[in-house]
Design a binder for this molecule. Structure first.
Ligand code: TYM
Length: 336
């Protein structure tokens, strides 16, 4: 990518599980199309996954699978910088510095921290607590303008802004203050089994994975929980019809149709017609992604060349910001 004055877009996903429909609709789907307008950096947030115990072999495999899936979702490595977080050591280094500019109270208020504590009561480690400072480092290293994420990451992005402003106030302009970029449809995909909790890999029955077989996807949608209200009609009403509204949200995100258009399309049809139709639309949207990712995974050399080049490009920018930060906080410049 040539040096330009385009705005910077950056995001990452933890390779702690297979990518699911929530990751896709809330994040990745919106990334590929941005390459002309922005300089885009997308990474596998592998360091973040270590806050929860991982099987090392599986983590390595998933990191590469995730890269293949990014590319299969339309993120062209010729036009975007794709890399593994752990290959650019400046992330961990700036993460440490920013820990010292992030308050205990701020970290304690993070919803994801509270959720993860509840889920991993036997492993509430320091990394889990300071995770948002590392995420801030990921973002601020690249002087990022926009962070395309789902709704659940908005709070971390807000904290990143606060950290950037705090640092800039002490040391003068150092970091660009970034903005979260949350899509209208798909920002919060809920579990198919329980529409009051977000779709997540920890609830595999309510979760649709990108690489899942069509027949399994179809089954999950047929079994999706709809609402126990008396009117079995397709109408968007998050409060009283969360199950149907979630399916409408998914359908809207994959087809581009508005809620009004969807209500018209299924006017007079019951949930028995609507649920399989959503399943079919999702299957068709995911089919080319699954096929392309499978093809790419057989080409390990190619994937290696993508993440090598990506880390090299990312390092150039990351190094520049880190050097500036080290100087500002008073560290003696490295002589080599
Ligand atoms: P992670 O790995 O949990 O999720 C990755 C992306 O997927 C979105 N997402 C969803 N969107 C809609 N509905 C859902 N059910 C759903 N589940 C997940 C998330 O909002 C996110 O955009 N901390 C981040 C990873 C990260 C990062 C960063 C992101 C690390 N450093 C720097 C942006 C910039 C995380 O745990 O996302």
């Amino acid at each position: 990518m040539e040096e330009t004055k385009k705005k910077i877009m950056l995001s990452g996903i933890q390779p702690s599980g297979d990518l699911h429909l929530g990751n896709y609709l809330g994040a990745v789907k919106n990334w590929g199309a941005r390459a002309e307008e922005f300089d885009c950096y997308y990474f596998m947030a592998d360091l973040h996954t270590l806050t929860v115990r991982q099987d090392p072999k599986l983590l390595r495999r998933r990191s590469l699978e995730q890269l293949a899936q990014y590319i299969a979702c339309g993120i062209d490595p010729e036009k975007n910088v794709l890399f593994l977080q752990s290959h650019v050591h400046e992330h961990a280094e700036l993460g440490w510095i920013l820990n010292c500019y992030t308050m205990f109270g701020e970290l304690s208020r993070m919803t994801q921290f509270k959720d993860k504590c509840a889920k991993n009561a036997d492993n509430i480690n320091g990394g889990l607590f300071t995770y948002p400072s590392l995420m801030a480092a990921d973002i601020l290293l690249y002087q990022t303008d926009y962070v395309p994420v789902g709704e659940d990451q908005r709070q971390h992005c807000e904290l990143t802004r606060n950290i950037a402003v705090r640092f800039n106030n002490i040391y003068g302009e150092t970091f660009k203050v970034p903005e979260a970029y949350v899509p209208k449809a798909g920002a919060r995909v809920m579990s198919l089994g329980n529409p009051s909790s977000k779709m997540s890999k920890s609830d595999p029955n309510g979760c649709v994975f990108l690489m899942e077989k069509p027949e399994d996807i179809a089954r999950k949608f047929k079994r999706a929980i709809t609402d126990s209200d008396t009117e079995s009609c397709v109408r968007f009403d998050m409060e009283n019809k969360p199950g149907v509204s979630n399916l409408m949200n998914i359908y809207s995100a994959v087809t581009g149709k508005s809620f009004e258009e969807i209500e018209k399309e299924f006017d007079g049809c019951g949930y028995g017609v609507f649920k399989p139709a959503v399943g079919d639309a999702v299957i068709e949207a995911l089919r080319p992604i699954r096929e392309e990712a499978t093809r790419l995974l057989n080409d390990k050399e190619y994937l290696r060349s993508v993440y090598t080049e990506g880390a090299q490009k990312a390092s150039v920018i990351a190094r520049k910001t880190l050097r500036k930060v080290y100087k500002k906080v008073g560290l003696v410049e490295k002589p080599f």
